[in-house]
Design a protein around this ligand. Sequence first.
Ligand SMILES: Cc1cc2nc3c(=O)[nH]c(=O)nc-3n(C[C@H](O)[C@H](O)[C@H](O)COP(=O)(O)OP(=O)(O)OC[C@H]3O[C@@H](n4cnc5c(N)ncnc54)[C@H](O)[C@@H]3O)c2cc1C
Length: 468
Amino acid sequence: MHLVMIGGSDAGISAALRARELDPGAEVTVVLEDAYPNFSICGIPYYVSGEVTHWRNLAHRTIGDLEAIGMRLRLDTTARRIDVPGRKLAISSADGGEEVLGYDKLVVGTGAVPVRPPIGGLAGPGALGPADGVHLLHSMGDTFAVVATLEQAAPGSAVIVGGGYIGLEMADALTVRGLAVTQMEQLPEVLPTVDAELGALVHAELAARGVEVLAGTTVQAISKAPPGGAGRLEVAATAADGSAVTRLADLVLVVVGVRPETTLAAEAGATLGVRGAIAVDPGMRTGLPDVFAAGDCVITHHRLLGVTYVPLGTTAHKQGRVAGENALGGDRQFAGSLGTQVVKIFDQAAARTGLRDHEARAAGFDPVTVGSGADDHKAYYPGSHRIAMRFTGDRATGRLLGVQLFGHRHAEIAKRIDIAATAIFHGMTVEAVSDLDLSYTPPLGSPWDAVQMGAQAWTRHTHPGRAT
Ligand SMILES: Cc1cc2nc3c(=O)[nH]c(=O)nc-3n(C[C@H](O)[C@H](O)[C@H](O)COP(=O)(O)OP(=O)(O)OC[C@H]3O[C@@H](n4cnc5c(N)ncnc54)[C@H](O)[C@@H]3O)c2cc1C
C-alpha cells in the first residue's frame, strides 16, 4: 500500500503520522513545495518577535524525526497533476526535474494561501513586495522574508493591514521588536470574530501598548513614499466617515485572511463547496476514487452550522488524522468543528467557541446573548483578574450555543473556553454548565468557576427569578 500526501503542514503530516502509526508497513510519501515539513506556522509571530529564538524551534518534529517514523519526504517538490483513473501524481522538483509517482491512496493537504486584497500597489506591473518591505504572511518562506526586512532594513514603523487574529499577533510581535505599529481594520472593530464589546477590550489593550488602532479604515493603496520622510512606504486609506487617512511606514504587512488552495484537486475533478474549498464527507473523502483531502483546503463540517469553512490548525490536525486512517481503509469520521479559537494580545487573551448571536439566528436558533464578568480566582488571593464573558444560548431549549471570553493571559482563558467547547460539543444546556463538577482552590479558581457564573448570569437573564 503506497499512500501519498500532498502538503507537509498540519494536515498532510497528520495523515502520514496516523497511517504509519496504524500500519508500520505502509509506504508513505509526503510531497511538499518547500523544505519545512511539520513546521508550526501558528508559532511564526513568536519567532518574528524574538521570543522563539530560532526558526528551527518551530518544527513540531525534525526531518530526522519524520524519517525515523518511516515517512519518505519529497522536499521542494510541487505536485502538478493528479491522474485519478491511473492513480498517478505528476511532480516536479525545484531543479525542474519531472517525475510520476504511483499511489494507492492520495491525501490532498494543499492548505490555504493568503488573500491578496484589491489594494493598489499589491498586484499588477510594479507591484510592491518583500524587497520593498511589503509582506503577506503564511509560510516559512514569507516568515524569512519578514525577518530579512527586519534585520536588513531596520524598520522603525509598520502598518498592519487587517485586525484579525494573525494581524493582532503580529502587532504584538512587531511592538515587542521595537517598531511603532499602526493597525488598520476595515470593519468597525478589531478581532471581528468576537462581539464588538470584546473587540473593544482588545482594542484598548493594543492602544495601551502603543499600537495605533484605526478600525473602520479601509486601505486603498500602498506606494513608495518620497525619500527623506518618516517611512519608505505610504499607506492610503479611507476612514468610516469617508475622510482620507495616510500613514508612512517602513514595513507593511497585509494579513486579511486566507483562501483554500484547491487548484490541483479542482483540475482533477474534485467538487468545490463553501468558499471554494474542496467538498469532502466527514470521512475526508473527496468523491474522487482513492482521493482524500484535509485541512485548510477543504470545507469544514461544523457541529452547529453544518458545512462551513473555518481554516484552523487544530482542525487540520484532526482532519488529517481521519484522512490518514481512512486512506488505510478505516472508517473514522471528523466529529466536527465548533470554531474554537484563542489569541494572545500582549498580556490579554480573547477566545470564542460555537456561535455568536447573529450566527445562531442565521442558523435557525432563537438566541439570547448575555454579557457578564467574573474573577478568574478568589479576589482575596493576590493576582486575580476579571474575565469578560458573553454567553449565547437558545431561548426555547436552553441549549448552550456559544461563549466568548476576554481576560488576562494568566486567567486560563484558553482552558475556560475549552470547558465551553466541551459543553457545546455534547449539546449541554447553559444551566447544565452550572452543574459541572469543576475544580476549586482560591489561588486558582472559585467555588463557582467563572464559566459557571457566566452560565448563571445567562439563566438569570432569560428566566428571571429562577434559582441558580
Ligand atoms: C501566522 C499564523 C498563525 C496561526 N495561528 C493559529 C493558531 O494559533 N491556532 C490555529 O488553530 N491555527 C492557526 N493558524 C492556522 C493554521 O496554521 C492552519 O490552519 C494550518 O496550518 C493548516 O494546515 P494545512 O496542512 O491544511 O495547510 P498549510 O499549513 O497551508 O500547508 C499546506 C502545505 O501544502 C503544501 N503545498 C501546497 N500546494 C502544493 C503543491 N501543489 N505541491 C506540493 N505541496 C503543496 C505547502 O507547501 C504546505 O506544506 C495560523 C496560521 C498562520 C499563518
